[in-house]
Design a protein around this ligand. Structure first.
Ligand code: GLU
Length: 305
């Protein structure tokens, strides 16, 4: 739990960023246990009783099974991370997954988390391998051809993670000739290709972002590009070696991925998200998770369709 000790001293939001100067170096300004938000606690979610989601085939399946199977990420600190020792999942996305589960009548003991990497998400949802997916999943028209999205419940932006001593990469326009790493099937790697940000031969792809982090530290690539929220979590884990450039160059609205035809479930999840935004639950989740690694809070506007 190195991330916790490093960043626990931070206040949240812009205050924190001002206080410690540079984005992406959230540990540096913190003093443990002094500020008001240091001890930000996760909220608890009231488990709804006698729930029915009329007309939802997914919910009918869940009911028959007596529990939920939720697709998540497992290597993204602050968002969706599996603790190697305890096997427990934690992070902003995990809390959103639990919030939704509670509104459907299931507490955490009834959740099975299934790690699904970026490239396999549409397939896992379309196949019905998971009931819904919560894991830094950008809402896009292309993906909407196969699945649907509730939300957005957060807005991130594409950014760059570099070695701390590298001042040659300062934005997307500085990537030519650099080895750029990202995850297969992600919107950031698609943008690198479409906008020709580096030469095709300099693009390195893995299933998981954590593999890019390893390659960045061992100098086999020059940068990892994906959402700032993800990168800030990696930088917070290793502030001596890594930093985030801090100039986001896209909008990545995060949605909850679900079956394309299940409008009833989508409406239900949107109701749950709206309530959490209105009653401060969303803010509490943010403060106790992402807020600690310095990602800026953007309250999203739910987009119903
Ligand atoms: N939000 C981006 C995407 O959905 C990048 C993060 C990820 O791969 O999960 O592709």
């Amino acid at each position: 739990m190195r991330i916790r000790t490093l960043v626990v001293g931070l206040a949240v939001g812009s205050l924190a960023l001002t206080a410690c100067g540079k984005e992406g170096e959230p540990g540096t300004g913190g003093t443990q246990g002094t500020g008001a938000n240091n001890e930000a606690q996760l909220p608890t979610y009231q488990v709804a009783q006698n729930v029915d989601v009329a007309g939802s085939p997914t919910f009918a399946k869940v009911k028959g099974r007596g529990g939920l199977i939720i697709g998540v990420k497992d290597d993204q600190p602050g968002l969706g991370q599996k603790d190697a020792t305890t096997g427990k999942y934690s992070g902003f996305d995990i809390e959103i997954a639990k919030l939704v589960a509670a509104s459907l009548g299931y507490d955490e003991s009834k959740i099975t988390y299934k790690p699904v990497q970026s490239a396999s998400r549409e397939q896992a949802i379309a196949n019905g391998d998971i009931d819904y997916y919560v894991g830094t999943y950008t809402i896009s028209d292309k993906r909407k051809q196969q699945i649907s999205f509730a939300g957005p419940y957060f807005e991130a932006g594409q950014d760059l993670l570099v070695r701390k001593d590298d001042n040659s990469i300062t934005g997307p326009e500085t990537l030519k000739g650099k080895k750029v790493c990202s995850a297969i099937g992600s919107t950031p790697i698609q943008r690198v290709r479409e906008q020709n940000l580096t030469e095709p031969g300099n693009i390195v792809e893995f299933q998981k972002y954590s593999e890019c982090v390893d390659k960045l530290v061992s100098k086999q690539v020059d940068t990892l590009t994906t959402d700032d929220a993800i990168l800030k979590g990696y930088a917070a884990q290793d502030p001596d070696q890594l930093k985030v450039v801090g100039k986001p160059f896209s909008k990545e609205p995060y949605g909850i991925g679900l079956n394309k035809d299940d409008k009833a479930l989508r409406d239900k999840i949107n109701d749950t998200l709206q309530k959490a935004l209105d009653d401060n639950t969303w803010q509490k989740i943010y403060d106790a998770t992402l807020g600690k690694s310095g990602a800026a809070a953007q309250k999203p506007v739910i987009n119903r369709y």
